[in-house]
Write a protein that binds this ligand. Structure first.
Ligand code: ADP
Ligand code: MG
Ligand code: MG
Length: 210
């Protein structure tokens, strides 16, 4: 029921915030190679503000929690990642208004990816978070709708998809975001936003597996 979902969601959010804190300098190092060395700090600023709201989350529906995570990220994270993460969470949270089910989780994942692409206009292969999200979302949807796998198994496969997507960002040339300013010099570096997307998904999976 709703309170079980809410507690699981709050635990996932706390685990994500802790992981982002742990990976702050790692994400900033990745961004210093092909960007402006702020991705770790940007994500940390956003998720530490989110973690401070766990008391407020106790009074909310799962959809409201996700929406509030989005607005908090928008309010605390500048740069490209703030509106991409925050705005997409806000919009996609509407898909969870009827509660979190296997079906609404697929709709949420698709709406999230749609919004990232709507806003950022990055195709696959531009060396952005889209490269982690596309294989993750497609794998999740296919695993549920075509292969009939249970949601947790499907999500584990989605995380593997995101991991392959992150690896795929290394050899390619950036054509969107700050890294595109480097042109061919961006080749050989892993995209920070794809990496933070993977870390967030890993923590959601680890929480769901507990
Ligand atoms: P900024 O580049 O403004 O300093 P961040 O460093 O926080 O912002 O985030 C950079 C990440 O944002 C990139 O690694 C990339 O994954 C993502 N990103 C940048 N531009 C786009 C875009 N147009 N579409 C999707 N993701 C993008
Ligand atoms: Mg940056
Ligand atoms: Mg910046």
């Amino acid at each position: 029921d709703e309170s079980v979902q809410r507690e699981a969601l709050i635990t996932a959010i706390e685990n994500v915030a802790a992981r982002i804190e742990d990976e702050k300098s790692h994400l900033t190092d990745l961004d210093s190679a092909i960007g402006d060395a702020d991705h770790g700090n940007n994500m940390y600023r956003g998720f530490s503000a989110v973690a401070e709201k766990t008391d407020e989350f106790e009074e909310m529906s799962p959809a409201e929690v996700v929406k509030t995570v989005g607005t908090t990220i928008i309010g605390n994270v500048g740069g490209a990642a703030g509106p991409l993460y925050g705005g997409s969470l806000m919009t996609a949270s509407q898909e969870l208004e009827g509660g979190i089910t296997t079906e609404t989780s697929v709709a949420f994942a698709e709406a999230y990816l749609d919004k990232v692409q709507d806003r950022g206009d990055a195709p696959i292969g531009a060396k952005t978070m889209v490269d982690a999200l596309v294989p993750a979302v497609h794998t999740y949807k296919k695993s549920i709708e075509h292969d009939d796998l249970p949601p947790l198994t499907a999500f584990a496969k989605a995380v593997e998809g995101a991991r392959r997507g992150v690896a795929f960002t290394v050899p390619i040339k950036a054509t969107k975001g700050r890294a595109s300013f480097l042109g061919w010099r961006s080749v050989g570096h892993q995209d920070p936003g794809a990496t933070s997307t993977l870390f967030i998904m890993e923590e959601i999976l680890a929480t769901a597996e507990e």
